[in-house]
Design a protein around this ligand. Structure first.
Ligand code: AHR
Length: 504
C-alpha cells in the first residue's frame, strides 16, 4: 500500500468558509415539496401546519443555512399571488417542466417562510424573470419584507402575517439560457439589471440579488454580466444592480444526464463520475478569473445554486419527477465539491445542492407511509458541518496514488481543512477503489490532538441506504493519531472521512 502524504497549514488562515456554501434547493418538482416537505395538515404523518416533522428534525441536525425556492425551471413559470390567501381558493396551474402535473398551489409563500423558520434557514427566493413582470417581482419583495402601511404589507396582513419576514437572498430568474427563457447573455443581462432595480430593500432588509449565469464553464455569461456590473453608469461593483452571479454544474459519468443508473455502474463510470465532480475546480477557477478581471476586490459573489449528480430515475417512477437513489459514489461527489468550495471561499459565497428531498442528489428519501431514509450525501453534510463559517486553511496533497481512466488522471486523495476557536476540521475524500490508503498529514509544526475521527464507506461504491437497510452507509469511528506533528490514519477504498483536532 502506497502512503499518501499531505500538509495542512493550520496557522495560515484564509477566507471564511461561508455557511451558505452548505445551502439547499427545494423546487416544485416531483416529490420534493409535495409528498416531501409538505404532507398537508390532515396527513397521518406527523406534521406541523402541514410540514413533515421528521424531515425538519433531520435537516436541523445538519444546520441547513439557506433554502432556495420555488425553482429551478419552475421559478420562471411561477406567479406568487397564486400561492397566497385561503388554500381552497388558490388557482391551479400546470407544472410544464416537471411531469406536466397540476399544481394546486397549496404550498406557497407563507408555507415556504414557515418551513424556513422551522429549519432555522435563511430564505433564498427565486423570482420569475422568464414569464413574470417587473411589477410582480417588485410586489413580491414588498409583500415579504415591508412593514408599516403599504398595499402589499396590507395584503400580507389580510393573509394572516403581521410582521414582515427577512429575505436575504433573491434570485433574478433561473437558467435564462434555457428553461428560463432561451435568452442571449446580452438580453438577459439587461433584464437582470432592470428587475434587480425594482427589488427594493424595504425597512433595512438587505438583499443579495443573484443574477442567473452560466451552465458549467460557459464564460460568455460571466463576461457579459460582469461587464455590465461594472459598466459606465455603475463603474464600481459596489453599485451593481446585482450582488452575485450564479452558475449550475451537474455531475454524471460522461454520457449525459438521465442516461446512467444511480446504483448499477461500472468501475469506469465510477471513476469518470468522480473525475467530472473534481473538474468543478476548473470551472470555478475559470469563472473567478473572469470576475477578477472586472472586480479584483471580489465585491460580486460567485454562487453555484444548483449542483449534484443527475442519474436515471428509479425504475417505475415518473421520469419527470427525477427521483434517484444515492450511493457512496454520490457521497464522494459531495466531498469533492466541498473541497473545491472551501478552497475558493474568497469568491464563492453560496452553493445549493439539487435537491434536498426526493429529487436528484437528495439528503433524504421519503415515502408516503411516513418512512424516511438518510442518504450517504446527508452524512457528508453532517460530518462537514463544522466547516460552516470557519476559516479555511491551506491543505495540499504532496504525494498520492493516481487513478487513471483512459484519458483522465485523478489523484486518489482530496482534502480540505478549516479552523475555528482552537479546533480544526479536516475532510478527506478517497476515490481509490482497490486498496486502503494510509495517509500522513504534516501539521507544519502545530501541536494537536485528534478528538474525533469518523469515516463513511460501504461495501463498494454502489452501497446505499434503503428502508430495509437504513444504515448500510453511515459514519463510524476511525482511528487517527497525531505524533511528532504528523496526523496518521488509513482510509478504506471509496471513503469520506473527517478528523476533528484540538489545537494545543
Ligand atoms: O434541479 C432540476 C432542474 O435542473 C432545475 O429546475 C433547473 O434549473 C436545472 O436544469
Amino acid at each position: 500500500m502506497t502512503t499518501a502524504r499531505a500538509a495542512v497549514d493550520l496557522d495560515v488562515t484564509g477566507p471564511q468558509i461561508s455557511r451558505h456554501l452548505y445551502g439547499h434547493f427545494a423546487e416544485h418538482l416531483g416529490r420534493c415539496i409535495y409528498g416531501g416537505f409538505w404532507v398537508g395538515e390532515d396527513s397521518p404523518i406527523p406534521n406541523e401546519r402541514g410540514i413533515r416533522l421528521d424531515v425538519v428534525e433531520a435537516l436541523r441536525a445538519i444546520r441547513i443555512p439557506n433554502l432556495r425556492w420555488p425553482g429551478g425551471c419552475f421559478a420562471d413559470e411561477y406567479h406568487w399571488r397564486d400561492g397566497v390567501g385561503p388554500r381552497a381558493e388558490r388557482p391551479t396551474m400546470v407544472n410544464t417542466n416537471w411531469g406536466d402535473v397540476v399544481e394546486d398551489n397549496a404550498f406557497g409563500t407563507h408555507e415556504f417562510m414557515d418551513l424556513c423558520e422551522m429549519l432555522g434557514a435563511d430564505p433564498y427566493v427565486n423570482g420569475n424573470v422568464g414569464s413574470g413582470t417587473v411589477q410582480e417581482m417588485s410586489e413580491w419583495v414588498e409583500y415579504l419584507t415591508r412593514s408599516g402601511d403599504s398595499p402589499m404589507a396590507r395584503l400580507r396582513r389580510a393573509n394572516g402575517r403581521d410582521e414582515p419576514w427577512r429575505v436575504p437572498f433573491w434570485g433574478l430568474g433561473n437558467e435564462a439560457w434555457g428553461c428560463g427563457g432561451n435568452m442571449t447573455p446580452e438580453y438577459y443581462t439587461s433584464l437582470a439589471r432592470r428587475y434587480a432595480t425594482f427589488c427594493k430593500e424595504h425597512d433595512g432588509n438587505r438583499l443579495v440579488r443573484i443574477a442567473a449565469g452560466a451552465s458549467d464553464a460557459d464564460l460568455r455569461w460571466t463576461h457579459t454580466l460582469m461587464a455590465s456590473a461594472t459598466s459606465s453608469n455603475t463603474p464600481e461593483p459596489q453599485a451593481s444592480p446585482f450582488q452575485a452571479i450564479s452558475f449550475h454544474y451537474y455531475t454524471h459519468a460522461g454520457t449525459g444526464i438521465q442516461k446512467e443508473s444511480a446504483t448499477a455502474f461500472s468501475r469506469e463510470e465510477f471513476l469518470r463520475t468522480v473525475a467530472h465532480a473534481a473538474d468543478i475546480e476548473r470551472v470555478v477557477s475559470a469563472h473567478e478569473a473572469v470576475m477578477d478581471s472586472y472586480d479584483p476586490d471580489r465585491v460580486i459573489g460567485l454562487v453555484c445554486d444548483e449542483w449534484g449528480t443527475w442519474w436515471n430515475v428509479e425504475p417505475g417512477t415518473n421520469p419527470g419527477f427525477l427521483f434517484q437513489q444515492n450511493t457512496m459514489r454520490d457521497a464522494l461527489v459531495a466531498g469533492l465539491h466541498f473541497d473545491v468550495f472551501h478552497r475558493h471561499a474568497a469568491r464563492m459565497r453560496m452553493a445549493n445542492i439539487a435537491q434536498t428531498l426526493n429529487v436528484l442528489q437528495a439528503m433524504i428519501l421519503t415515502d408516503d407511509e411516513g418512512g424516511m431514509v438518510l442518504t450517504p450525501t446527508y452524512h457528508v453534510y453532517e460530518m462537514n458541518a463544522g466547516h460552516q463559517d470557519a476559516l479555511s486553511v491551506p491543505a495540499h496533497v504532496v504525494a498520492a496514488p493516481v487513478v487513471t481512466i483512459d484519458d483522465v488522471e485523478l489523484g486518489a486523495l482530496s482534502l480540505s481543512a478549516s479552523t475555528t476557536d482552537g479546533a480544526a476540521l479536516i475532510s478527506l475524500t478517497h476515490v481509490g477503489v482497490d486498496e486502503a490508503l494510509p495517509v500522513e498529514i504534516d501539521l507544519r509544526g502545530r501541536t494537536a490532538r485528534a478528538t474525533r475521527a469518523r469515516v463513511l464507506t460501504g461495501v463498494d461504491a454502489t452501497a446505499h441506504n434503503t428502508p430495509e437497510t437504513p444504515d448500510a452507509v453511515s459514519p463510524v469511528p476511525l482511528e487517527a493519531s497525531v505524533e511528532g506533528g504528523i496526523l496518521r490514519l488509513t482510509l478504506p477504498p471509496v471513503s469520506f472521512a473527517t478528523v476533528e483536532l484540538a489545537l494545543e
